[in-house]
Structures are given as C-alpha cells and as structure tokens.
Design a protein around this ligand. Structure first.
Ligand code: NAD
Length: 357
C-alpha cells in the first residue's frame, strides 16, 4: 500500500526548497517504483494568512494521518509582532507535541567537496559524518513547576526543572542504538552526571538499554567535554545521544562544523518511526522568492525519510549519492559558491540531483 506523505511547504524559501524535494520524490515514484502519495497543506505564516492560525485543524489532521511529514520552514518578519500563540513557530512545537515526536535526529555530514566551507581546518572536518540524537519532548524545557516567583525579601527568582522519567530516556536511547546499527556502531551518551541527579539516572538507563545492543560500542561523556571534543576532533563520534537542553546546543555546534546551513537535514521520530522531516534552516526571508536558496538540506531530509520511515535504505543512499554527484559537477548555490564553481539556482540544483539519481 502507498505510504502517505503530508507536504507542508510553509513560508519564505520553504515552498521553493520543498518543490525540489517533491521533484525527487516524484522521480522515485515514477522511475523506481516508490509507493507514496503526496498531499499538500498550509502551515505557519501561510496558514495564518488564510485561516488566522498557524496550524489549522485540516493540516493537523493530514499530518496525523500521514506516515511522514515533509516540512519546509516557517516564519517571517511579518509575523513577529503576533501574539506568541499565533506565531508560525508555534505550529512546529504543536506538530512535535501532537505527533509525539520525541527523538530528533540531526546528521552533520561534511561532503569532501565542501571542506573549505567549514571554519575548522579541512583535515579536522573533511569526511565528517556524525548523527546527533536529541531527546525532544522532555527535560528542562518542559519540566514543571516552572516560573518566576517572589522571594520573602521582594526579589524575584526564576526557576525551571530538569526532569527525565526512565521511559523517556529508554526510548530515545533505543533510537540512538538502532541508528548506530545502521552506521558506525558507536554511541556516545552525553550528560552531566558528575553534577546532576537527572544525568545520573540518564546514564544508568542508557547502560541498561545497551544490554540489548552489545554489538554497538557505548561511551559516556560530560557535556562540557563533548562541546570541546566536537571542535577538537569531531570525527571521533558516530552517534551522540543526549537530552533536550544539551542536544539543542550541541546539535547547533555540530551543524556549524559543516559550514553550511543549506546542507543540513533533520528528522523527528515517534516510537513507530513515523517522522517529520525538515531542513534545519529557517525561512530565510532575505533570499525568499529569488530562486537562489539551496534545496539540498530538504532533499537530504527526503533521504532521511526514505531511510527511517519508508525503509528504503537503497533509495536513501541513491539520493545522497546524487547530491554528491551534483556537487562533483561543480554546481553551487549562492551559500556554497566559491570561485571556479558553477553558480546554480534552486531549481537547477534540484534538476541536477534528479538527473544524477
Ligand atoms: P534562517 O535559517 O532562515 O537564515 C539564516 C541565514 O542563512 C540567512 O542569511 C539565510 O539567507 C541563510 N540560509 C538559510 N537557509 C538557506 C538555504 N537553504 N540556502 C541558502 N541560504 C540559506 O534563520 P533566521 O534568519 O534566523 O530566521 C528567519 C525566519 O525563519 C525567522 O522567522 C525564524 O523564526 C524562522 N526559523 C524557522 C525555522 C523552522 O521553520 N524550522 C528554523 C529557524 C528559524
């Protein structure tokens, strides 16, 4: 039976980059027998313009029914003054919560052709291929109680709670070990167990889950050291698993090792590997509508969808290989352009990937 994909282009460059990712999916459907059905809906600012809310019921219903969601990006200066609940970004948080997407997977891959785009020395990052698995629905971002209270002396005090239950740690650890099995078979769990009780429990539960994954090597690292090691010798890592707060910071740090925000995909998964797939970049209002945005992060998000939700690893490899071939041809969108290369627009880059598939 065909798998259903909800396509939510969103705002700014979202529709431009999603159009290229859809080209890739349509090509796989036509020429490689991929059984998928696509249906499009509005989200973010585009949804607010039409329905006065960033995540209309019909969009949420479609996302719930679908096996996977392909999202572009949301947001833009026009919406920055709206009340928090109506802002485009609210749609993303609501989708993650409604779909129970607790595991966020962010690969940081540096294509050898782009080694000079990193701010680190090429030999430190060339060939880099790490995957950060960040827990997405727990930790200090959601822990209750939270707030700002008044102390007896009249001073105000802000407080948040770092909280993890065993089942939350267990399920994200499983995702990390499963992902490692499909890659380099190494997991590094990052915590702050020398200071935090929550981290002590985290470490204990990860060790327990590891008993079912003896073929995968497990190590532990404190988050401060992990932040250092990521810029000192990032190629030592295969899969990193960590909580929401540490993962938020480390995944952005890892992303920047590659030097280009336009190349980085992501997946957010539930317990049954249903997923929302999106580039990590935003709606880039500064270049929206010009046909110059880099569509590769969104196309690589489709590759992740093929691997994690559609169980089509061979096609995922094919798409990733096609991206490498387009880069080998010297094609570069503006964000990656260096002298001697051929400047490509959004559609031209998408066409080159389709041709290379
Ligand atoms: P951004 O990622 O949109 O842009 C940062 C810079 O990177 C800009 O100069 C942009 O032109 C460039 N860039 C981003 N993606 C690119 C691509 N594919 N090709 C070429 N260049 C690219 O971040 P921002 O400027 O901080 O945010 C803009 C809007 O996007 C805001 O409204 C923000 O809230 C929203 N946002 C949305 C998401 C999301 O939808 N997941 C994520 C981050 C930011």
């Amino acid at each position: 039976m065909a798998k259903k994909i909800a396509v939510l282009p969103g705002d700014g460059i979202g529709p431009e980059v999603v159009a290229e990712a859809v080209k890739v999916l349509e090509h796989l459907r036509r020429d490689f027998g991929l059984k998928v059905e696509l249906e499009t809906a509005v989200v973010g600012g585009a949804a607010y313009d039409l329905h006065k809310q960033p995540l209309p019921q019909a969009t949420l219903r479609l996302a719930r029914q679908a096996d996977a969601v392909l999202l572009g990006a949301v947001g833009g200066p026009r919406y920055d003054t709206l009340p928090r609940d109506l802002r485009p970004e609210k749609a993303l948080l609501a989708l993650r919560a409604e779909l129970k997407l607790f595991a966020n997977l962010r690969p940081a891959i540096l294509y050898p052709q782009l080694a000079s785009a990193s701010s680190l020395k090429p030999e430190v990052v060339s060939g880099l291929d790490i995957l950060i698995v960040r827990e997405l629905t727990g930790d200090i971002y959601f822990g209750e109680p939270r707030g700002v209270r008044k102390l007896a002396n009249g001073e105000r005090q802000g407080f948040n709670n770092m909280i993890y239950a065993e089942h939350e740690i267990e399920r994200v650890a499983k995702v990390a070990f499963e992902a490692a099995r499909k890659r380099g078979k190494k997991v590094c769990s990052v915590d702050k167990a020398n200071v935090l009780e929550t981290s002590g429990l985290w470490r204990e539960v990860v060790e327990r889950v590891h008993a079912d994954y003896r073929d995968v090597e497990l190590s532990h690292m404190y988050v401060d050291n992990a932040a250092m090691q990521l810029v000192r010798a990032p190629k030592q890592f295969d899969v990193i698993v960590t909580g929401n707060l540490f993962g938020d910071i480390l995944s952005d740090e890892a992303a920047m090792l590659t030097g280009s925000i336009g190349m980085l995909p992501s997946a957010s998964l539930d317990a049954a590997n249903k997923g929302m797939y999106e580039p990590i970049h935003g709606s880039a209002p500064d270049i929206a509508g010009k046909g110059v945005a880099n569509p590769l992060a969104t196309i690589l998000s489709v590759a992740m969808m093929l691997r994690y939700t559609l169980n089509e690893s061979a096609l995922a490899n094919r798409v990733e290989g096609a991206v490498a071939k387009a880069l080998d041809r010297g094609l570069r969108t503006g964000d990656l352009y260096t002298e001697g290369m051929t400047r490509a627009g959004t559609a031209q880059m998408g066409d080159a990937v389709v041709a290379a598939i």
